[in-house]
Design a protein around this ligand. Structure first.
Ligand code: SF4
Length: 378
């Protein structure tokens, strides 16, 4: 296998990314390309790759006999992102990172150094051959390589073991000595991070891909516990902050048209706390302007961002400052008050704290001033 193809088997490599972009400049083009019967095997392999991640088995790297093999990984990512399940993404990140680590373990140090230099722009250097290292202090002789500390810090803080902590590492003029196996771990950790942080707009899927996604979705049932949709109970509603309570009441009563900002804030809040899309639609159904199709579209749009599955679950409702500027904070306007509002920056923060108080039966709010930093002035 040529050096270039060898690099390409690692999905995070510059060569793999360049090759997939050359073949399909964006995800829409990828979906089209996968419709070509010659590429049907790519979808099958991608499905197998996602299935392996889901079942926590070892994923199989392609042989890279055909350059189109490089499309298997982005197709597998597309399937997972279309499903929008954060847990599935985490499983994919775990399986991909593990396999990358296993494969890297079989490579020579030169290739591994090249890979992380070209893929992540990391600076790696050799600590010298065995003879040269034998002249170093004993504690440094087992380190074959060194990495710039700023590159090390991109990944190592996420590792729990003490040995990764910077205070336990030798640092010389900005370089940290590392063992080869540690470099492999840093690379696979970076790859994991890229998957966990990667977000993209899903293009219109082809029938073939939809069927694949449906099969994977069926497999997730029972394997991935999905959060139960939230039913809005009186208890939960009583944890609403004054701003959300007012928008909610106005919407249910249907005697005023909520502004676009208010609709967005209320819908994003309700979806974020776990309400189902149709329940949120119902909250807006009394709108006096009867513009239900527009409201439906807005709610669907916000909900679709949630279902695209960011770990953080899509749109976050605007923070208190924004709501104050938009005249949507009744505490700021002086028409309502709640002591908790002085200590939160976002209605969600209010809701989480108040819901916790309700479940614990806490009615004395004097602890805010002791436990929480005073954050906002009205
Ligand atoms: S302070 Fe924040 S949480 Fe409280 S009512 Fe105003 S916007 Fe809502």
């Amino acid at each position: 296998m040529s050096r270039r193809l060898h690099h390409m088997k690692y999905p995070f490599s510059l060569q793999a990314r360049q090759a997939s972009q050359r073949m399909a400049r964006d995800l829409g083009a990828l979906v089209e390309l996968l419709e070509d019967p010659e590429n049907h095997y790519v979808v099958d392999e991608a499905e197998a790759r996602v299935y392996a991640a889901l079942t926590q088995s070892q994923i199989r790297y392609p042989e890279m006999e055909n350059e189109n093999d490089v499309l298997i990984y982005p197709t597998a990512r597309l399937i997972v992102e279309e499903l929008g399940l954060p847990r599935l993404r985490a499983l994919q990140a775990e399986a991909e990172s593990k396999e990358a680590n296993r494969q890297l373990g079989k490579e020579d140090s030169e290739l591994v150094s090249e890979l992380c230099e070209s893929s992540f722009n990391w600076s790696i250097d050799s600590m010298g051959d065995i003879t040269q290292r034998s002249k170093l202090p004993l504690m440094l002789r087992t380190f074959e390589l060194k990495i710039r500390f700023e590159n090390y810090l991109e990944v190592a803080p996420a590792f729990h073991s003490e040995e990764w902590s910077l205070i336990n590492r030798y640092l010389d003029k900005g370089w940290i000595p590392i063992r080869r196996s540690e470099l492999d771990r840093l690379i696979s950790g970076k790859f994991r991070q890229l998957i966990m942080q990667g977000r993209f707009d899903i293009p219109k899927m082809s029938q073939r891909l939809i069927e694949t996604v449906q099969r994977i979705e069926a497999e997730t049932k029972g394997r991935i516990r999905q959060a139960e949709p939230l039913k809005l109970t009186e208890t939960l509603a009583s944890a609403f902050p004054p701003c959300i309570q007012k928008m909610y009441d106005d919407s249910i009563r249907g005697d005023v048209n909520l502004s676009h900002d208010a609709r967005f804030a209320l819908a994003a809040f309700l979806l974020k706390i776990g309400m189902e899309e149709d329940e949120v639609q119902t909250v807006f159904s009394g709108s006096p302007d009867k513009n239900t199709s527009l409201i439906g579209y807005q709610v669907r749009h916000i909900a679709s961002k949630r279902s695209m599955g960011a770990e953080d679950g899509g749109y976050t409702p605007p923070g208190c400052k924004k709501l104050q500027v938009n005249n949507l904070c009744p505490v700021y306007l002086g028409t309502a008050s709640d002591p908790l509002c002085e200590y939160v920056l976002n209605p969600l923060g209010f809701y989480q704290t108040r819901a916790w108080e309700i479940t614990k039966g806490i009615q004395d709010h004097s602890w805010y001033a002791r436990k929480r930093d005073k954050k906002q002035n009205f």
